[in-house]
Ligand binder design. Structure first.
Ligand SMILES: Cc1ncc(C[n+]2csc(CCOP(=O)(O)OP(=O)(O)O)c2C)c(N)n1
Ligand code: SF4
Ligand SMILES: [Mg+2]
Length: 315
């Protein structure tokens, strides 16, 4: 695919073609075997496939191991504060709709401290890709129970085992009004991971992707069975879904699921289990960034409108 000139927006083809290496930042400092490495590679491949101009691409994160993501890419990046990746990335997209925006979050980041932002981001359905790197634990702060930690799994905050049943990020997202794209993939299924990121990027609206992510330091046992035995993973298949021949050949356990069926998606998500694929997709839902956009105002017009509004409240 050829990129267009982004400096002048003249539409001319530039004499540069980006390779995956052009997006690579410093060597990632995640532990060996950490699933975050795999997600980073898939993101670099996506950037190269779509020839996304580094100066027109932004990765926003919160705080956590996974949130170091923007440091390792040579695009724009914003390493934010814990739980706030989504309001920051929403603001970036609203102010600069011409940019490609990605939010990268951990399970603590998204499902605990950032939970209110998560719900409203789904409802606002702003055009961006949100990645939940779910290792079922607070990794950076050394094995503290997160909302997705399985019940009974011991941690440093609940050494006798996580007390509550885990939150289901797919069910939560599918329960929010205006949800438009909900998928699940895994770091150890690189082809499926890439195909999912590609589908998410192509989606018009807020694409929520939960990535089952291995943390060999704190939660090694949780994904081991699924990694070692492909039959333990079920792949959702459908002509409207995410299709990857390699994944479907390795994981022969398939389930036919039409991603335009919201009730079926909710039922499947509620069942839990190791399921990879597109649970729900509706590209017709309203996107806040599109409906609120008022074309034709210059910066001077906007300041004049703002002043007029403020004057209305003068006492
Ligand atoms: C406001 C605030 N509260 C708590 C912390 C401490 N803290 C940093 S990262 C983190 C959790 C990280 O877990 P997760 O989001 O799952 O990311 P992971 O490290 O597992 O990738 C916490 C509690 C913080 N930095 N800021
Ligand atoms: S502690 Fe776990 S999540 Fe954090 S970098 Fe190491 S393997 Fe990855
Ligand atoms: Mg985590």
């Amino acid at each position: 695919m050829t990129a267009t000139c982004t400096l002048t927006d003249c539409g001319a083809a530039p004499d540069v073609e980006y390779s995956m290496d052009d997006y690579a930042g410093p060597v990632a400092r995640w532990c060996p075997g950490c699933g975050d490495h795999s997600v980073l590679s898939a993101a670099q491949r996506l950037l190269a496939t779509h020839q996304m101009a580094p100066e027109k691409t932004v990765f926003v994160s919160g705080i956590g191991c996974s949130s170091r993501f923007p440091h390792y890419l040579r695009t724009y990046g914003f390493h934010g504060i814990h739980g706030r990746a989504l309001p920051i990335s929403t603001g970036v997209k609203l102010a600069r709709p011409d940019l490609d925006v990605f939010a990268v979050m951990g399970d603590g980041d998204c499902c605990s401290i950032g939970a209110a932002h998560w719900i409203h981001a789904v409802r606002y359905n702003v055009n961006m890709v949100a990645l939940l790197l779910d290792n079922n634990i607070y990794g950076l702060t050394k094995k503290q129970t997160s909302p997705t930690t399985p019940q009974g799994f011991p941690s440093n905050t609940q050494p006798r085992g996580s007390i509550l049943p885990p939150m289901n990020p797919l069910s939560v997202t599918l329960g929010v009004t205006n949800a438009s794209f909900v998928a699940q993939t895994a770091d150890w299924a690189p082809q499926h991971l890439y195909a999912t990121l590609d589908a998410a990027y192509r989606h018009r609206g807020f694409a929520f992707v939960r990535i089952l992510q291995r943390c060999p330091i704190w939660t090694a046992s949780l994904f081991r069975d699924a990694v070692q035995d492909p039959a333990k993973v079920e792949v959702l298949v459908h002509e409207k879904g995410i299709h990857d021949a390699t994944t479907e050949a390795i994981h022969t356990n398939h389930l036919d699921h039409d991603p335009s069926d919201l009730n079926a998606a909710r039922a499947l998500a509620e069942e839990g289990g190791m399921r990879l694929g597109l649970f729900f997709h509706d590209p017709t839902n309203a996107c806040y960034d599109e409906t609120r956009r008022v074309p034709g105002y210059t910066p001077e017009d906007r300041i004049a409108i703002l002043k007029r509004e403020l004057d209305r409240h003068a006492v």
